[in-house]
Every structure is written in C-alpha cells, then in structure tokens.
Ligand binder design. Structure first.
Ligand SMILES: Nc1nc2c(c(=O)[nH]1)N[C@H]1C(S)=C(S)[C@@H](COP(=O)(O)OP(=O)(O)OC[C@H]3O[C@@H](n4cnc5c(=O)[nH]c(N)nc54)[C@H](O)[C@@H]3O)O[C@H]1N2
Ligand SMILES: Nc1nc2c(c(=O)[nH]1)N[C@H]1C(S)=C(S)[C@@H](COP(=O)(O)OP(=O)(O)OC[C@H]3O[C@@H](n4cnc5c(=O)[nH]c(N)nc54)[C@H](O)[C@@H]3O)O[C@H]1N2
Ligand SMILES: [Mo]
Length: 781
C-alpha cells in the first residue's frame, strides 16, 4: 500500500519525451509483456494471475476494457487483451486513497496534479465531504453524505436545476435505478458519455433504420465478404476485435481500412492467443488502406454509392462481372426501402473533383473499393470516433446507411452496420433509459410500472449541461462514474462552470480531476468495481451488461472489495433515492432498500418496462447470455415513421483548412483509458515517456518554418476567441497534409463548447481548426 502522505507518482515530466519510428504491427508479445508490467506494478504477481484469468470468462466479470463482444462458447483461458489487462489492473490495484491521504493533501495541492498522478494513487476507500469554504476533504458517513445531497436538492427551485451524468461502465441494474431516481425527482437531465461518443451513430441509425444500434453479430463479422473499417483504431482501442478480423480474413474477407493515420493494428496483427502470432509473423489485415483526410469520409461513402449504382447499370465498366442490374439488390430496395430515386439522382450529380478534394484520394482508388464491394457476398462498415466527432457526422453516417442499403446489406448474414462502442456498458445504459430524450413509449411503461408520472420534457445532454452550469440554470451535479471535468470540451469553460455549482457529487472508483474541480460543496462516494464481490442482504449479487452487438450477459466479481466502506453503485443509488425522495407521496411505495438487497427484483422491473428482457433471469443462464431483438437484423423490419429503411439525400460537407491552419483530431494512446492515464507511452506511434506531442505532416511543418522536435503552442480559433495549449512537441508524421493529431484529454482545452455536430450535439473532437505558434515558454510545463 502506498504511504498516504507520500506522493506515489509525480506528474508526467514532458522533458523525458522521446520519439521513434511508428510500428506497423499490433499486439503480439510486446503487448503481453507491457500489460503484465502494469499488472505487476498495480497488483503484484499472485493477484495479477488470479484476476487476469477471470476476465471475460463465462463465469467471471465483464471486462471494463471495451464493448467488443465475447465469443459465447469458445473462449481462450485468458482471453488476453492489453486493454483489458490494464483496465483490470487499474481497478484491482492494491494501492489505496484513505482519509489520511486527503488530510495530507489540501485540495489546492491536488489541483496541481495531472490525471496520471491522481489516478496512480489507487482506490478510494471512504465517502469524503468537502464542506463549503474548507481546504480539505474529510471523511463522512454514508448517511450524512446522503443528507447533504438531499439538503442541496431540496433547496432547488426546480428539479431541472440538477443533472445526473452517467459514464458507460455502470451496470444495467444501477443505470435503471439511477434514471428512475432522476425521473422520480422530476427531471430528464440525464446526460451521458455517449453524448460525446456514439450519439451521432444513434441519431443517424434511428432515423434511417429505426433503431440506434449496430446490426451485426460476431458471426457476421467472421463470415463477411468485405469489412470496411473507418475512423477506428482497433489495435489500441478494441484489441479483441483484431481476433475477429483475423478469423474473417482466414475465411476470405477483404478488409479495407480508412484512416488518416497508418494505425498499426489496421495493418498487421500478431495474435497473442496463437503460437504463430506470438513467435512468427501474424496476419496482414488490411488489403486496402485509404489514407483519407480528416472528415472526408462522407464524400467517400457517397462516391462508393455512386460507383455501385454505375456498376449496376453497366457492369462492364468495372470488374464486378455479372449481368446488368445485379450489383444492386433491387428486390430489397423495392420492398424494404424508400427514397432510392432521389438518392440515385443525387449520386449521379456527385462530382469526382469534389470527392477528390474532400478525401485526398483518387477516383481510381475509390472505384477499386467500389468494385470489391460490388463483388462481395456481404459488406460490413465498422466505425468509431473518427466518424462520430465531426460537425457533419450524422449526415456522414446516413451516407453509410445509404451505401449498405444498395446491396441489401442490412438484415442479411455477413453484412450490416457496426458502430463499435467504447465503454463496456454504454449501450446497455441507453437501453436502460439513460438518455435525456427517451421516447414516450418508454415513459408510458415506466409510469405504469411505478405508478407515477415521469416528466416528459426533454432534459439536457452533456453540452447542454455545461451551458446550464455556466449560465447558472444548473446548480447540482451528480456523476455516476466518469470524469466530467476532463472528458468534456472547453476545459476552462467547463471547470469554471463546475466551480460555480452548489454541490458536485462523484460516484467513483478512483481519484480524478472531477474530484478536485468542485462546487461550493463536494462529495466523493466510493464504489465497488466490476472485479469485486458484491454481497447484499440476500447474498452475493451479479449485475448485467450489454455489449456493442446487443448481447446481454451477467458479470460477477470475485475479489475482496478495496475497502469495507465501499458500496455498490446499486446500493448508492438506492440509498440516495430513499433519502432524497423521502416524503414524496407519488413514489413512497418504491421499496428502494429491498431492490438494493436483491438485484433480481430490479431485473423484474426492467423486464416489465424494457422490450426484449422477458424471461430475463432465465435467459441469463444461457452460455454467453442472450441477444436483444433488433428489427432490421432479425427480420428486416424497420421501425421508422414510415416502416421502411430510408435512403436520404445529404449535402456533401467536409472541413476546409484555412490558409496557414491545420485541422486537429484528438486521439487515444494504448496507455490510457479516456481520462485515465496508465502510462506515458504509445509504442505503436513511436512516442515514449510523454504525451504532449502534435503529429503534423512534414510539409506543413516546413511551410510554417518549423522543424520536427520544435516546441509549439496549439492555438484553436473560434468566433468567441482563441484557446491555447502551451508547450507541445511537433513531430513530423505520416498524416495527410493539413491534418494534425494530438492526445485527448489534454487537448480538450482547445475544443470550443459551441463546436458541435449537427443534430447529435457531439463535440467536434476530430476537427478543430488550430494554428501552431512557436512556444512562448522554452520548457514544457
Ligand atoms: N486503450 C484504450 N481503449 C479504449 C479507450 C481508450 O481511451 N483507451 N476508449 C474507449 C472509448 S470510450 C471509445 S469511444 C473507443 C474509441 O475508439 P476509437 O474511435 O478507435 O478511438 P480514437 O483514438 O478516438 O481514434 C479514432 C481513430 O479514427 C481516426 N480518425 C480520426 N478522424 C477521422 C476521420 O475524419 N476519418 C477517418 N476515416 N478516420 C478518422 C483516427 O486516426 C484514429 O485512428 O475506444 C474505447 N477503448
Ligand atoms: N477531445 C476529446 N474528448 C473526448 C473524446 C475524444 O475522442 N476527444 N472522447 C469522448 C468519449 S468517446 C467518451 S466515452 C468520454 C469519456 O468520458 P467519461 O466516461 O466521463 O470518462 P472516463 O475517463 O472514462 O471516466 C473515468 C473515471 O470513471 C471512474 N470509474 C471507473 N470505473 C468505474 C466504475 O465501475 N464505477 C464508477 N462509478 N466509476 C468508475 C473512475 O473514477 C475514473 O476516473 O470522453 C469524450 N471526450
Ligand atoms: Mo467513448
């Protein structure tokens, strides 16, 4: 255990940063060794082996590393993944943050620590309260903590002055209770991390196919004819996906990668589960790599649609073969879709010159991929943040749907849409009602089940919540996990907004920036993690989660809790509900304590309120759990307002780079999980010992009179003024001209609050206009 009065880990010293050559292959032995290093450091040898063997086993806990599904039957003894190993080590660490730590470190000091230093202190052990005007957090009883929340909520003029944020690790059971408490109080202010993540996917898919979730299963991935992966870096962020891609490849799939960066995992994969992958060369993954400009993807998807339509009319024009009229699935288009004619006309009018400008690719390169798609038995498009965090993301994703509808690639084996989610239960939390704009059908069921009237007016999302805090219309913040202060855009604006609140409450496993950027009063409520045993009055409990492919399964931890003062998320929400709703007649009949004592009772309520959960408890007994219904995937039924899948016509948009400026995308390294920084390296990109690097095309550096290794300030430009991040190392990198990249969350200072995607309101974290200036200070801070 770390000495509470010592600082176990210092801030990252950026002067130790070194830059080498990027790697061309991902995972393999280096990944295993590196994650063992981190696991040993956090947990020691015995605990490391015991814990890592339980990850994603049918009887263990669900890995917090990502939302990629687990194979139902054929799991390897250690379904090894660097991501998972690190996430588990981070939670199962033997380091602790007891009250003595807070006594030794005033808040003013903790504010100077970076995320790396804060996170490395270990697990929170006691509920802590920062009283108004106090300099230190002090231990508090659970009862007193709930009293404080009740005092502040009671003092509000309206329940809409409170927000209830959720990060995507929360279990179905906790999420369901949490949304119920917010709605029982009278607000739909339920922003979540999804607002910054796959909101654009949900918006585009809901509108065009009637459901906001992906339509493929693992079997589809493994049997697809062609998989196009755009705006995603699976080697770093979803390493287990590489195993599925390797299988697909062995069965003959063509893989097309679309990315501004030559990400190692897209090119080659050394599978740690096989001898071949560990010892010899593994698998070359991408057959075709399209190095696209940032935000150019809408043009690419439209152009591919154009090519398919042309090949259908004139097969000899390409190598697709087959008679005329066989490239498109005309039966599918006629029976299941609407709007094809308008789309066809719009694609006929699309000009190649515009496509080439937007993408930086040639017509020939794109035609070749179109021919591959035309010849494939089924096409899948996978994507993540590279497609969702642009101003025109929703339109871009509607064009992905258009492209797939052409060949009937939705609702057929080996084909479909595949938004790859991030947090392990982010999709499940949505299913449970964590959304500021749930449809009426959900409210009706909820009201009937609990005999009350939930509020119907939509609440605020993440960006709306920040605006509300800034403008004084929101006064209390509760966070069910996550790190709101750091994950959100416009750090200076957001931090000032959070400091202006009356109360901030964080339900957390580990210390982070959101515990030190506080309202007038602040609470830290420490919770059990997935790896830990959860025992309530009726005995050990399990929770459930939903992965990226709508599979619901159980999760049960086996480790001794980090402290005996911890409560489960469910117990915290129930305790809070009991106290803050005391005296409310309309929900007086809800037996919060009973629900927290037996999670099966929560699942019974879920079964009544949410479609697809009938026989919930029994179905959890099936190996690997059960799959939720999905109209388009199961029987090509599309629950749009017209009952048909929709072709849409979307104006072509793409970012233009103003003279002397760059478009900046903000990305992740394998040594971080969002705002949690595990280590200082990104070996795939050749970066070691630091994170303040900006990757820039050598020609752009030269044009601005800069050289590789120069220290620069990043200055983002917005109508309301400049934002500056000081002291970054410029690195000459193979990225398209005009397109730069730097790590998130450090770059969130640069993302203007009002720079959001149309419709989804997602911050445009992948396209920020910046200029580089020679650094004002010589040594990085
Ligand atoms: N190790 C690790 N794993 C994680 C996370 C983590 O922080 N660390 N976070 C989790 C979460 S919450 C999420 S949402 C996922 C995120 O998973 P990803 O979306 O893979 O994460 P990012 O690092 O944001 O990477 C975006 C990728 O898209 C590319 N890209 C950026 N802009 C464009 C564009 O305009 N067009 C195209 N075609 N490509 C573009 C980038 O070069 C990069 O390869 O990962 C999850 N898994
Ligand atoms: N510039 C930029 N900004 C971005 C992004 C980007 O690509 N670029 N990506 C966006 C995306 S995709 C996302 S998902 C968000 C992430 O936003 P968040 O989900 O808010 O952030 P995380 O860093 O994942 O949250 C980590 C914290 O969660 C807590 N935690 C961990 N496990 C548990 C648990 O089991 N229970 C509870 N209660 N707490 C737990 C720990 O205290 C930890 O410090 O950031 C977004 N912000
Ligand atoms: Mo995410």
């Amino acid at each position: 255990m770390a000495d509470a009065t010592e600082r176990a880990e210092a801030n990252i010293d950026e002067s130790k940063l070194t830059v080498g050559k990027p790697k061309k292959r991902a995972v393999g032995a280096p990944a295993v060794l590196h994650s063992m290093e981190i696991a040993l450091d956090q947990m020691g040898p015995a605990r490391s082996v015991r814990t890592l063997l339980k990850v994603n086993q049918v009887t263990g806990f669900d890995c917090m590393g990502c939302a990629w599904p687990d194979p139902a039957h054929r799991r390897h003894t250690a379904e090894f993944c660097e991501n998972g190993a690190k996430a588990v080590a981070e939670e199962a660490t033997t380091r602790r943050v007891p009250p003595a730590f807070f006594a030794a470190h005033p808040l003013a000091e903790l504010e100077t620590w970076d995320d790396f230093a804060l996170g490395k202190q270990g697990r929170l052990t006691h509920p802590m309260l920062l009283e108004a005007g106090d300099t230190h957090y002090r231990p508090v009883s659970w009862g007193r903590a709930f009293d404080v929340v009740a005092e502040e909520l009671d003092a509000l003029d309206s329940p809409d002055e409170a927000v209830f944020y959720t990060s995507g690790r929360t279990s179905n059971e906790a999420a369901f209770l949490y949304q119920l408490v917010a709605r029982a109080l009278g607000t739909n202010n339920l922003p979540d991390c999804s607002n910054m993540c796959h909101e654009s996917s949900g918006a585009a898919l809901n509108e065009t196919i009637g459901i906001g979730k992906g339509s493929v299963t693992l079997v589809d991935i493994e049997t697809a004819g062609l998989i196009l992966i755009a705006g995603q870096n699976p080697g770093t962020n979803h390493p287990r996906m590489l195993t599925s891609l390797e299988k697909a490849k062995k069965q003959g799939a063509v893989i097309v990668a679309v990315n501004p960066l030559r990400e190692a995992g897209l090119l080659h994969f050394d599978n740690p589960q096989t001898v071949k992958g560990m010892v010899f060369r593994g698998t070359d993954l991408a057959d075709t790599f399209l190095q696209i400009k940032l935000g150019g993807d809408q043009a690419l998807f439209q152009a591919l649609g154009k090519v398919l339509i042309e090949l259908d009319a004139n097969p000899a024009a390409g190598r697709a073969g087959g008679p005329r009229g066989t490239v498109l699935d005309h039966d599918f288009i006629a029976h299941y879709t609407q709007g094809f004619e308008a789309y066809r006309e719009a694609m006929a009018a699309l000009r190649w010159a515009d496509v080439e400008t937007a993408t930086g690719l040639t017509e020939k390169q794109i035609r070749k991929v179109g021919e591959l798609m035309a010849a494939s038995k089924g096409n899948i498009v996978c994507w993540a943040m590279g497609l969702t965090q642009h101003k025109h993301s929703v339109a871009m994703l509607r064009d992905v749907v258009n492209l797939l509808l052409l060949r009937g690639d939705i609702g057929k084996p080996g084909a479909g849409v595949c938004p790859v989610r991030g947090h392990s239960n982010v999709q499940g939390d949505r299913t449970m009602g964590i959304w500021e704009q749930m449809p009426d059908a959900f409210h009706d069921k909820l009201d009937a089940e609990f005999a009350f009237s939930s509020p119907r007016e939509h609440g605020v999302d993440t960006v709306g919540a920040i605006r509300g805090m800034r403008d004084g219309t929101i006064k209390v913040f509760l966070g069910m996990g996550g790190n709101f202060a750091k994950a959100t855009p416009d750090t200076a604006v957001t931090e000032a907004a959070m400091r202006s609140l009356r109360l901030t409450v964080q339900v957390s496993t580990k210390l982070n920036r959101s515990h030190v950027v506080t309202g007038r009063r602040a609470l830290i409520l420490p919770t059990l993690g997935r790896t830990e045993r959860d025992v309530q009055v009726t005995g050990p409990q399990m929770v459930t989660v939903e992965d990226s492919m709508s599979m619901v399964h159980e999760s049960q931890g086996g480790l001794e809790p980090a402290s005996r003062h911890l409560r489960s998320e469910v117990a915290i929400v129930a305790g809070l509900a009991e106290r803050v709703l005391r005296g409310r007649a309309d929900t007086a009949h809800v037996d919060w304590r009973g629900l927290a004592g037996d999670y099966r009772r929560i699942r019974t309520h879920i079964e009544h309120v949410i479609p697809g959960f009938d026989a919930y408890e029994e179905k959890l007994g099936m190996p690997g759990g059960f799959v939720l219904p999905h109209g388009p995937r199961d029987h090509r039924s599309f629950a749009t307002d017209t009952g048909k899948a929709k072709f849409t016509v979307n104006d072509l948009e793409y970012p233009t780079v103003p003279e002397g400026r760059l478009i900046l995308q903000t990305i992740r390294a394998h040594d971080q999980y969002n705002t949690t920084i595990y280590g200082k390296d990104d070996r795939y990109r050749g970066i070691h010992g630091g994170r303040k690097v900006v990757l820039v095309n050598a020609k752009d550096l030269a044009a601005q009179g800069l050289a590789d290794g120069d220290l620069v300030d990043l200055v983002s430009e917005a109508p309301d003024g400049d934002r500056r991040a000081e002291g970054w190392r410029a690195v000459a990198y193979r990225t398209p001209i005009g397109c730069a990249a730097a790590y998130y969350p450090e770059t969130n200072v640069l993302v203007p609050l009002d720079s959001v995607a149309d419709t989804s309101n997602t911050p445009t974290s992948k396209s920020i206009v910046i200029r580089l200036e020679r650094a004002r200070v010589a040594v990085p801070a």
